[in-house]
Design a protein around this ligand. Structure first.
Ligand code: IPE
Ligand code: IPE
Ligand code: MG
Length: 242
């Protein structure tokens, strides 16, 4: 743990772009464009606060059901925004990863993302994980397939399957569990994000619409996080004893 908050991994459901734009009489995509400024600020803030891992929910598997025009704008915007940030990410020592069914993205988006992943791979500061065409259930389906193949190939006895077997076959087994999950935009739900990884996460919901969210808001939530007692099934007395 490298920070005073005792946090390894923060995950954010960046919600509220559409409503932000509509409140201003614009199309929903205007909100996505302005969401990029919030991403910039939060990534910078997470680095400054020595958070090791930050996962941002950028596009869910369910988001493929949105109007084609909105999907097209989002795809272009996400990969372009990340590519435009490359110098900044290098200057801030940020390593970029993606999680999700990346093969489902348009080729140009995949290529932009690949370039950023490759260029930032040896950076040692914040690891920024972008969840794209991601859902918790589809990750668990893909995990189950990998495990079933190992069993079918005789490499694994089904009786030996444990929680670590599942952990070790996730998209990124090396990434620690989420300590803190934040959702902006005022809705109180998880929307199929990181279902396995949030088992013991502390949940925070902010009414702020994503384009207005800044690193100061993140800092405030991190401060509040430190006053939560994480008991992991034990009693408060047990937890406070050491
Ligand atoms: C989050 O904002 C961005 C994505 C889901 C890609 P929304 O587009 O969901 O905005 P609201 O929730 O409709 O306001
Ligand atoms: C969750 O937001 C997905 C992302 C932020 C990428 P949604 O706006 O898609 O979630 P629902 O549909 O309101 O649950
Ligand atoms: Mg939404």
């Amino acid at each position: 743990m490298k920070n005073k908050y005792n946090i390894n991994h923060v995950a954010i459901i960046m919600d509220g772009n559409g409503r932000w734009a509509q409140q201003r009489g614009h199309k929903r995509t205007f909100g996505h464009e302005h969401g990029v400024e919030a991403v910039h600020s939060v990534v910078e803030g997470a680095g400054e606060m020595y958070i090791p891992y930050l996962t941002l929910y950028a596009f869910s598997t369910e988001n493929w059901n949105r109007p084609k025009e909105e999907i097209d704008v989002l795809m272009r915007l996400i990969s372009k925004a990340i590519a435009d940030e490359l110098d900044n990410l290098m200057a801030n020592n940020v390593r970029v990863l993606t999680t999700g069914r990346i093969e489902e993205l348009p080729r140009e988006s995949r290529e932009d993302l690949e370039r950023v992943i490759e260029t930032t791979r040896n950076n040692t500061g914040l690891t920024l994980v972008i969840a794209l065409s991601y859902s918790g259930r589809s990750e668990l389906v893909d995990t189950a397939k990998k495990i079933a193949k190992q069993a079918a190939d005789g490499l694994l006895n089904p009786d030996d399957i444990s929680e670590s077997t599942i952990q070790n076959n996730l998209y990124h087994p090396e990434i620690p569990d989420v300590d803190l999950m934040i959702r902006t935009g005022g809705d109180l739900r998880v929307s199929n994000f990181l279902l396995w990884e949030i088992a013991y996460a502390e949940l925070f919901f902010s009414p702020i619409l994503w384009p207005d969210f800044r690193k100061e808001h993140l800092r405030e939530i991190l401060e509040q996080f430190t006053s939560r007692e994480r008991r992991f099934g034990k009693t408060g007395e047990q937890v406070r004893a050491h």
